[in-house]
Design a protein around this ligand. Structure first.
Ligand code: F3S
Length: 82
């Protein structure tokens, strides 16, 4: 039963255990700086207030802050993927 479920959705147990990643679309950033205000350990801004952090893996502990930053960015620059 489980094997059939996993094969239907295309997800494997390895996928579920893979580290989460922050993905950024820098072209959309308008310098609102909410990401860095909320999670300065995850997001760095340039001198003009635009995010310069590159896409990277994050720890499980950082996931809630990353998800919240993604939610509050009005330009939808940030996405968090597993
Ligand atoms: Fe840019 Fe959104 Fe942060 S617009 S500076 S990624 S809150």
């Amino acid at each position: 039963m489980c094997i059939r479920f996993w094969s239907i959705c295309g997800t494997t147990l390895d996928d579920l255990e893979a580290p989460m990643r922050i993905e950024l679309n820098h072209a959309l950033c308008q310098g609102h700086a909410r990401c860095a205000a909320l999670a300065p350990e995850l997001f760095e801004l340039d001198d003009n207030g635009y995010v310069i952090t590159e896409s990277h893996e994050i720890s499980a502990a950082a996931e809630p802050a990353a998800l919240l930053a993604a939610k509050v960015c009005p330009e939808k620059v940030i996405s968090v993927r597993g």
